[in-house]
Design a protein around this ligand. Structure first.
Ligand code: SF4
Length: 508
């Protein structure tokens, strides 16, 4: 029997590594995985460096580790089973039934068998979620309260600590002039990471534009993400000590050039298994209990990890494969090239896309209200934007991006989103400082220099009236559409067409 740790399951504190201390460990580094999409080089460096560090640490502790660097997983499994005939591999249960069947067949083809154990990267088990969800009415707020009660996190005698389930009303502030967030931690590459960087550059650079969605992640900044548990724990310490207190109030704010704000930057470590959700939640709650962070910040962070992350994982598990292809609005536009090359005059999109190109990251409100919002009102076909997020972000996996992008961002399926998160320049202007430095006019809807978000927003409502007017959460906006004359609507449609032509020509 062998413990097979897949690259995004580097869990040290529990699970098969702890339960089977005498068994050897298998890791497979498959190059074909890295060729599936035009992945950001930092994403590949993160994954492969974390795997190699994990291997070295286990070996230093005296554990037997078989580490195969092969072209495909099939090759790695075949090499393993050839050396260990009839072996049983114990591995974490994949997210979906189809992924489980695929792994079973891969191992069987190689001549071995596989046994699945619970995925330790999450708090809520599949059976727990299924019991809560019943036949499939997903409401995040209800799930989150269920999880608070189940775990007892931020609960006192059956009630939420502080008397409220959330403190969103305190968490929509914009920072005062002159505010700067604490410098985010940066983890210098060691020799192992340097070797991976060189290998990734030599192996994958130059092949990006040969891939289906093109893409050029040229000149990223130096690699900065934690690749070991020790580093991940330091990142957690840094967040709780320096960033958590201001995380809440500014969690929806955006500032030009401030990519990190006070966000936790822990998603890469959580999604690789270097940190557990329970430990990051408990550290944040401890900070509240010792008066070093306010409740609105701590509750906002707990909701991200205990609520949203767990919720999406299970919706994905239950709604795949249909969710990946969902497109209830029939959006069919190609993803504009500026998502890849950053070549746009729009100040908000330019800054956020540049950040993704430089470091494979932007925070959640930039993802939802700038990148996905623009894609939604522009009418981008959901699978294209999903692939872009999946390829470009260091913390992205298919289970992360598909519900976030296809459903939450683009309102593709309506399985949990109760409305499309569409907005004009108003939202960006309210929550950021982008508009003041933008060549587009935030208050203009049509005519030269009008902000593209404005015409696209009204055009989006107009185009999707049959689906959206009856939705009580957005239907009110149709009273504003109704107040527009036919001539105004015609100008809006014309401007929306012009914007799409400019985007296609690389002139937006
Ligand atoms: Fe973005 Fe429009 Fe504001 Fe420019 S004016 S920053 S394009 S929302």
């Amino acid at each position: 029997m062998t413990v097979w740790l897949r690259g995004d399951h580097l869990v040290r504190r529990s699970g098969p590594l702890v339960n089977r201390p005498e068994e050897p460990v298998l890791l497979i580094e498959a190059e074909s995985f890295a060729r599936k999409l035009p992945y950001h080089p930092h994403k590949l460096v993160l994954l492969f460096s974390a795997m190699r560090h994990f291997r070295d640490e286990l070996r230093d502790e005296g554990r037997t580790v078989q580490y195969h660097r092969t072209e495909t997983f099939e090759d790695g499994l075949a090499a393993h089973v050839e050396a260990n005939p009839d072996d049983t591999l114990v591995t974490h249960r994949p997210q979906t039934a189809s992924a489980r069947a695929r792994l079973e067949s891969l191992v069987a083809d190689a001549g071995g068998t596989v046994e699945f154990v619970p995925d330790e990267r999450f708090c809520c088990s599949p059976s727990q979620f299924d019991e809560w969800a019943g036949d499939g009415r997903y409401r995040h707020e209800e799930f989150y309260r269920f999880m608070r009660r189940e775990t007892g996190y931020l609960m006192a005698d059956g009630d939420p600590v502080g008397g409220e389930w959330n403190y969103d009303d305190q968490n929509r502030e914009t920072p005062p002039d002159g505010w700067t967030p604490p410098e985010p931690p940066q983890f210098e590459p060691d020799a192992v990471t340097e070797a991976v960087i060189e290998w990734v550059d030599a192996t994958f650079e130059g092949s990006y534009d040969e891939r289906p969605y093109g893409g050029d992640w040229a000149d990223p900044e130096p690699f900065r993400w934690p690749v070991t548990r020790r580093q991940a724990v330091r990142a957690l310490d840094h967040f709780v000590t320096h960033r958590l207190p201001e995380f809440g109030p500014y969690q929806d704010a955006m500032l030009d050039g401030e990519w990190a704000m006070s966000h936790s930057l822990l998603s890469t470590s959580l999604n690789l298994g270097l940190l557990g959700p329970d430990e990051v939640i408990e550290r944040a709650i401890a900070a509240y209990e010792d008066d070093s962070a306010p409740l609105n910040s701590v509750e906002g962070f707990v909701r991200q990890v205990l609520g949203w992350r767990e919720f999406l994982r299970h919706v994905y598990r239950r709604e795949m494969p249909a969710l990946a292809e969902a497109n209830q609005l029939g959006a069919s536009e190609a993803l504009p090239d500026f998502y890849w090359d950053g070549n746009t005059d729009m100040a908000c999109l330019s800054d956020v896309v540049d950040g993704v190109r430089e470091r494979g990251y932007s925070h959640h409100i930039e993802r939802l209200m700038v990148l996905a919002n623009f894609g939604l009102i522009y009418g981008v076909e959901p699978t294209q934007l999903n692939r872009w997020f999946h390829a470009g972000y260091v913390d992205a996996f298919h289970w992360v991006t598909t519900p976030n992008v296809v459903e939450m961002g683009l309102y593709g399926a309506g399985v949990f989103a109760t409305k499309p998160y569409a907005s004009s320049a108003n939202y960006v202007d309210k929550m950021s400082d982008y508009c003041s430095g933008c060549p587009y006019y935030k208050t203009k809807t049509t005519g030269d220099g009008a902000c593209p978000f404005n015409a696209l927003y009204w055009d989006f409502l107009d185009r999707n009236e049959d689906t959206l007017r009856s939705n009580h959460r957005i239907g009110l906006m149709y009273s504003h559409v109704d107040n527009k004359s036919e001539a105004e609507l015609a100008e809006i449609r014309e401007r929306a067409t012009e914007i799409r032509e400019m985007a296609a020509a690389g002139e937006l």
